[in-house]
Design a protein. Structure first.
Ligand code: ZN
Length: 143
């Protein structure tokens, strides 16, 4: 399945926006995983998405397997739906990293977090870096 046409449609109706145009080029290009493009199409079915990073030198990003959602306010819409074992498996999600205390102070900070497709607890330092964006990474298509 080719997701590029659907991504272009989502961009044209501004359901999907980018903090920097280079992230749009990256997401539509051939260096990102098809799994990542499929995940973004699904994210856009749940909320408006503003991408704050695609390819950068940090966990999962250099390989075209990760995306950061910069409008983190959508966490409370996106994550209860996606951060379940069934959806993580279906969407081939590797990692979700977001400090859930940003949604409610009483939340377990790792409420929605995954690593390697399993529920995971990240350390405070990792959580601190994931308060103003939601990190999603997908499994490699080759594994
Ligand atoms: Zn990230």
């Amino acid at each position: 399945m080719n997701y590029v046409d659907e991504l272009k449609r989502l961009i044209s109706v501004r359901r999907l926006t980018f903090q920097n145009p280079k992230f749009q080029d990256a997401l539509l290009g051939s260096t990102v995983s098809v799994n990542l493009q499929a995940l973004v199409v699904h994210l856009c079915s749940l909320a408006e998405i503003e991408v704050s990073s695609v390819v950068r030198p940090a966990r999962g990003h250099p390989e075209g397997l990760a995306i950061d959602v910069g409008n983190e306010k959508v966490a409370q819409v996106l994550l209860p739906s996606i951060a379940t074992d069934a959806e993580v498996k279906r969407l081939k999600v590797d990692q979700i990293i977001f400090d859930a205390r940003e949604v409610s102070r009483d939340n377990d900070p790792n409420l929605w977090n995954y690593n390697g497709g399993r529920k995971a607890a990240y350390k405070e330092a990792d959580l601190k870096n994931h308060r103003n964006h939601i990190h999603f990474a997908v499994m490699s298509s080759f594994s």
